[in-house]
Design a protein around this ligand. Structure first.
Ligand SMILES: [Zn+2]
Length: 459
């Protein structure tokens, strides 16, 4: 699959991914060359070497940038022992007892299933927080994620997770008693991944990020600055979970006499090169610290609701200037890897809690595209502008349920799933073509997923 010369002709509407008055581009055509957007204008005439995509029944969105995922969890959806559990019980019941059972083959099937769902829901970039690492395990599962993402044509960021202590405070982890890596082991693998895959370019297809699983339970506090300094020496970003539940807050208060954001600030873990998943429980002073330092957020409202963790103060963070992005989180605590679904819920949940002016469709799209690219540092990604990377999706709005809209541009966010992605284009390459992922054997994938679930059934 090569990048093609493309002309997207006559879409019903185009959303840019930018905020405010620049969010809508109206009825314009898009010309794509060499992976970038060459022209945005009405009535472009096709050139002889161009593939023309008839977009008359479609609205164009910037590709979704999913900034926090756990692809291995695609074989752990709706595990009965964790379906009604809070985060702590769920960690102990669902992912942690099974971590060591993810062979490279199983991890590959899970990744394939997850990447396919992401592409079909309009995702063009995925950051995967991958923590299947322990002292006696293989590091191969990180590499195969890059292979699988490349085979689908997805822009991919590996957030290299893992733990440096078998924390007695973490019931899930202590139950399994996996031997944690040493700092040297973790950093040696990060170095290896960096030299093999990392591209610092503004439209990079491959990035590596340093991402211990949690700053509170995965490593002793004295190693946090060491990890941060090592990442910064290597020119890599930092990512982790933070303040997902009240338990994180209580733990930091009891153990360190600090709020979680104060705790990470004391350990060199704030800055424009850091973003955190969740940030559900925050004091106004913590929001101010995040904003002042440019530290970003992966907002995961569905997972937070599913686990009963709470509703993150996303509108307040955005208003304060915290870089915001959207993410589905692992599907073992979401049951869906659809960014369309995530955007729909993000649009709704803050309005339910705070009133109808809490979110706008345009802002949700901005968080989910340009915002995501911003926290990942992909400067040429996330908005539909001339010169930017050609990452966009065409939602088909001819389905019956989208008839009757006065403003069909908002349909995928306001009406949610099912919203068919007819085309998904990443870096100028068509990766979903007329609703189909070229070359993907769906029957084979279904079979392998069913076999994988059988292997993981027992607690
Ligand atoms: Zn997570």
């Amino acid at each position: 699959m090569q990048t093609e010369a493309l002309l997207i002709k006559n879409p019903v509407a185009v959303m840019s991914g930018r905020s405010g008055d620049n969010a809508r581009l109206g009825q314009v055509d898009l010309r794509i060359r060499n992976g970038r957007i060459e022209t945005i204008a009405p009535n472009l005439e096709p050139r002889a070497d161009e593939r023309v995509i008839d977009a008359r029944s479609c609205v164009v969105y910037p590709g979704w940038v999913n900034t926090h995922h756990h692809l291995f969890q695609n074989l752990l959806k709706a595990v009965p022992s964790g379906i009604n559990s809070d985060l702590q019980e769920w960690l102990a019941a669902v992912p942690y007892p099974r971590l060591a059972r993810f062979t490279p083959d199983l991890a590959r099937v899970a990744a394939r299933l997850g990447l396919a769902e992401l592409l079909l829901s309009g995702v063009t970039t995925c950051a995967d927080h991958h923590y299947l690492y322990h002292a006696e395990g293989t590091t191969e599962t990180g590499d195969l994620l890059f292979d699988e993402a490349a085979s689908f044509g997805m822009r991919f960021v590996l957030c290299r997770g893992g733990a440096l202590q078998a924390a007695g405070d973490h019931p899930g982890f202590s139950k399994v008693a996996l031997k944690p890596e040493t700092l040297d082991q973790m950093l040696a693998d990060v170095e290896r991944l960096k030299s093999r895959y990392h591209d610092a370019g503004d439209a990079s297809m491959r990035r590596v990020v340093v991402a211990p699983t949690t700053p509170t339970f995965s490593l002793p506090p004295e190693l946090l600055p060491e990890v941060a300094r090592a990442a910064r020496r290597m020119g890599l970003r930092l990512h982790t979970h933070l303040s997902e539940t009240t338990r994180y807050v209580d733990f930091c208060k009891e153990r360190f006499n600090k709020l979680p954001v104060e705790f990470v600030a004391d350990h060199e873990w704030l800055g424009p090169d850091v973003w955190f998943a969740h940030l559900v429980h925050l004091q106004p002073s913590e929001i101010a610290m995040l904003a002042e330092t440019g530290s970003g957020c992966s907002h995961c409202p569905v997972s937070n609701a599913r686990l009963g963790s709470g509703i993150a103060p996303a509108p307040q963070m955005a208003a304060a200037g915290v870089p915001m992005s959207l993410a589905v989180d692992g599907v073992a605590s979401n049951e869906s890897g659809s960014m369309t679904n995530e955007a729909h819920f993000a649009w709704l949940v803050h309005r339910a809690a705070q009133g109808a002016s809490a979110t706008t469709v345009e802002e949700i799209i901005h968080w989910g595209s340009a915002g995501g690219a911003g926290v990942l540092g992909l400067d040429a990604v996330g908005t539909l502008e001339v010169g930017k990377a050609a990452d966009f999706v065409l939602y088909d709005v001819s389905d019956l349920r989208f008839n009757g809209f006065h403003d069909v541009a908002v349909a995928p966010v306001t009406a949610g799933e099912p919203a068919r992605v007819r085309y998904n284009v990443v870096n100028g390459r068509v990766v979903v073509d007329n609703g189909v992922i070229p070359g993907l054997d769906l029957e084979q994938l279904r079979y392998e997923a069913a076999e994988g679930v059988k292997l993981l059934l027992a607690d």
